[in-house]
Design a protein around this ligand. Structure first.
Ligand SMILES: [Zn+2]
Length: 282
């Protein structure tokens, strides 16, 4: 335990190591999904990965540029004994477990749920959903505006939860790896999926969120833990082989495969979903 805390406390190596996790994770899941794919690739993988890695890089730049705000928040809560974990005076083990759970709830599940229900936030988040070939590179396909929104939710989560700085970095590392995992195009045996999804969000679970129509796209918001969707009634099981990726409002590949068009998308007004709530049963 001390070694884990020590590792995530040593700020000087963290930017380099986190970059290594991000690209190492991408490479790892890329290998797995190409060995055991759920859907066979019938698209230009290089072009697809290039676009998604562009949006991953903008996410990294934004998170790096604003990291001092996150560090300030963690130092603030510790110095002022502020936030749930500090008020509880939790032991290290409880602090780590509860801290990861609550950071995932506020910083990821709640942030994601709100992005789907607040129109101007959805206009940024929709870029993530426009991918018609979901794979591990989709995980960090975020418009720069969404990266800022998500970053601010993480800061709010720190102020509410009150985690020490090492736990913030630990959470962010696990969060990136789980995002890459649950977007990967890997075919997983059902016994393994059933076991894992009791605790974490598996690819079979998260893919349903990338179906192009509601109500499926408004389900399974989770990133690390699967509990939140079960608790808040947004947990949905669907046959993955019937999924069609994308979002009903933007299926035109001239937009969904063009970086400039995607960057402009949030500023071009809101498009209502074309919902087919009754006529589809996956
Ligand atoms: Zn979403």
């Amino acid at each position: 335990m001390d070694a884990i805390i020590d590792y995530f406390s040593r700020l000087e190596h963290l930017p380099l190591h986190r970059g290594a996790y991000l690209f190492g994770g991408l490479f790892f899941f890329f290998l797995i999904e190409n060995t055991l794919p759920l859907f066979k690739a019938s698209y230009n993988k290089t072009k697809h990965s290039g676009l998604n890695i562009f949006f991953t890089l903008t996410t990294i730049v934004i998170n790096f540029a604003m990291a001092f705000i996150l560090a300030w928040a963690a130092v603030f809560v510790e110095a002022n004994n502020f936030g749930i974990l500090n008020w509880m005076g939790a032991s290290i083990l409880i602090c780590m477990t509860l801290g990861l759970l609550l950071m995932d709830f506020i910083g990821a599940w709640l942030a994601h749920y709100i992005e789907h229900h607040v129109t101007w936030m959805w206009q940024f988040h929709v870029i993530h959903h426009t991918d018609q070939n979901v794979d591990t590179t989709t995980g960090n396909r975020h418009h720069p505006g969404e990266s800022v929104i998500r970053f601010l939710f993480t800061v709010i989560a720190v102020l509410i939860v009150g985690p020490p700085l090492w736990l913030v970095f630990m959470y962010q590392t696990i969060s990136v790896i789980l995002t890459q995992f649950n977007h990967s195009n890997v075919k997983m045996p059902s016994w393994l999926d059933a076991g894992l999804r009791l605790v974490i969000c598996t690819p079979n679970m998260h893919r349903v969120h990338h179906h192009y129509r509601q109500p499926y796209s408004d389900s399974n918001y989770g990133n690390i833990f699967s509990f939140w969707d079960r608790i808040f009634g947004t947990y949905v099981v669907a046959d993955n082989s019937k999924l069609i990726y994308g979002v009903d409002t933007y299926m035109d590949k001239e937009i969904t495969e063009d970086i400039v068009a995607l960057l402009k998308l949030p500023f071009q007004g809101h498009k209502e979903h074309i919902t087919y709530k009754e006529d589809e049963n996956l």
